[in-house]
Design a binder for this molecule. Structure first.
Ligand SMILES: *Cc1c(COP(=O)(O)O)cnc(C)c1O
Length: 480
């Protein structure tokens, strides 16, 4: 209980932080239940390209696209016109009896040529719903195949999969789960170590042997549960908000895939944050080596690019086949699933991605971004690690680089970098609890894929300026 209160207070404190002046609000009390009851967020009045404009007149360069969402930036004319056209044609159709060309065309585009055996798409409104849908598909698949004893789910520590009860249960973001533990969490979930090279690869251990050690731990977990009792293993291909852009060591996902196939356990890859091109390939798992594929894959943030609340599960033909030979229908459904306007917006976003070759740009300019972050910030006193892929990068902050000792949460290091950056006109995405759910700080940089070269340089420059201010302040607080 005490824990809960202090984390809530910390969150309030974080958001109150030092944003006075930025958050000048009308005096009337808001009727919106904001994330914090103690401070109102700034009001966005318009947004276009890589910039967000606030009611105070401040213009902010969007260096993180919210939470890695606005992949083609803000205000796209193409998306606006696609949404208008769809609204004029058909704004809603219930999926029990109907489908629309918007949903069909979006699924066609994503699953053209059956990528890696993925052959059906299930569209919902959020990444959390997509994760719950994937879990239900996994469960129903085993039930229909006469294996109802498969009730166990294995996931990883320091993972975020969403905030609905199912998604939160497989996730392990300590702060977001604390008040609900044991009451609104599923009991049939266990967690193994994440792939966290910076802190967990041992001295003298190669990347491959670190990967092998993690796979062995997973094998041990499967065996101790009885592999015939496990329905799915769930992982973010590249970790997102909780661990901060941590990539797996070479060979890890190949080992994971082998184990899952060997035991008949379904592999659910959560690419809500790292997918849709964010890492420089459309699916993040495509960089994990030959033979790696998911049985179920979730997409979200970049799927709608912020233009519509949409997420999806892409389903492997094996799972579709299992259901087809069983009851022939997925026992699930939502009022707004495959919503035509949401699908039309998403389709327009995906078309811009393809037309402008933006995933490739993300890969190419991502290398520049990596170099710039390492050069400008990697050597700094409190920057312990720079990691990521494509346009998905994190800096992990530590109080002591040699021992990797994190800051105590009271320092609010990442929150202060975020606040300072925002004051300077840059949005970055902060994270806390990086190390163990309680301690540790990182910030995520995730610009739009079509950010201009000059804007990208500004992202790095402003971030460096913000970091320097906080470094100076915190260094002064540390000297007794
Ligand atoms: C954001 C996120 C989710 C949840 O998506 P919502 O749209 O916020 O429900 C799930 N998984 C990952 C990896 C995410 O980053």
């Amino acid at each position: 209980m005490k824990n809960t209160t202090s984390s809530a207070e910390r969150m309030a404190e974080d958001s109150r932080g030092k944003t006075d002046g930025i958050n000048a609000q009308p005096t009337k009390a808001s009727h919106v239940l904001h994330r914090s009851l103690l401070a109102d967020p700034a009001t966005v009045v318009s947004a276009s390209g890589s910039y967000i404009n606030l009611s105070t007149g401040q213009r902010i360069l969007d260096g993180c696209t919210g939470a890695a969402v606005a992949i083609i930036g803000h205000g796209s004319e193409e998306v606006q016109s696609a949404v208008r056209d769809q609204m004029a044609k058909v704004s809603y159709a219930h999926t029990l009896a109907f489908t629309t060309s918007a949903a069909e065309d979006l699924a066609d585009m994503l699953l053209r040529n059956k990528p890696h055996g993925l052959c059906k798409a299930y569209f919902v409104c959020s990444g959390s719903e997509a994760m719950d849908s994937a879990l239900k598909l996994a469960r129903q698949y085993h039930v229909e195949r006469g294996q109802p004893q498969r009730t166990r789910i294995v996931a990883r520590q320091q993972a975020y999969h969403g905030n609905t009860i199912g998604a939160m249960s497989v996730g392990s973001n300590v702060a977001r789960k604390a008040p609900y533990m044991g009451v609104l969490t599923l009991p049939n979930v266990s967690h193994v170590s994440p792939a966290y090279t910076y802190r967990s690869q041992l001295q003298g251990e190669t990347e491959e042997s670190y990967a092998a050690r993690l796979v062995q731990e997973l094998d041990h977990e499967f065996r101790s549960l009885g592999p015939e009792n496990v329905m799915a293993f769930v992982a973010e291909t590249v970790c997102g908000a909780t661990l901060g852009c941590a990539t797996a060591p070479r060979g890890y996902f190949q080992g994971v895939r082998r184990l899952c196939s060997q035991y008949g356990i379904l592999l659910i890859l959560d690419e809500v944050m790292c997918g849709s091109g964010r890492c420089g390939t459309y699916f993040a798992f495509e960089q994990e080596g030959d033979g790696v594929y998911p049985d179920l894959l979730t997409l979200g943030k970049g799927l709608g690019g912020g233009y519509s609340p949409i997420a999806g599960v892409l389903v492997h033909e094996k799972v579709v086949g299992g259901l087809r030979q069983g009851s022939g229908s997925f026992v699930h459904g939502h009022t707004y699933q495959a919503h035509p306007v949401a699908c039309a917006a998403s389709l327009a976003v995906q078309r811009v991605l393809e037309r402008d070759d933006l995933v490739r740009r993300c890969a190419v300019k991502g290398e520049w971004l990596e170099g710039a972050l390492r050069r400008e910030l990697g050597g700094r006193r409190f920057v312990g690690d720079v990691r990521g892929r494509g346009f998905f990068w994190a800096l992990e902050f530590v109080a002591d680089k040699a021992s990797k000792e994190p800051f105590s949460p009271e320092v609010h290091f990442s929150g202060r970098v975020r606040d300072e950056a925002q004051r300077l006109g840059l949005a970055v995405y902060p994270g806390t609890g990086t190390v163990d759910g309680t301690r540790g700080d990182h910030i995520i940089v995730a610009p739009p894929y079509n950010v201009s070269d000059a804007e990208l340089e500004d992202v790095v420059r402003l971030l460096k300026e913000a970091y320097e201010v906080v470094e100076k302040e915190v260094a002064a607080e540390m000297t007794p």
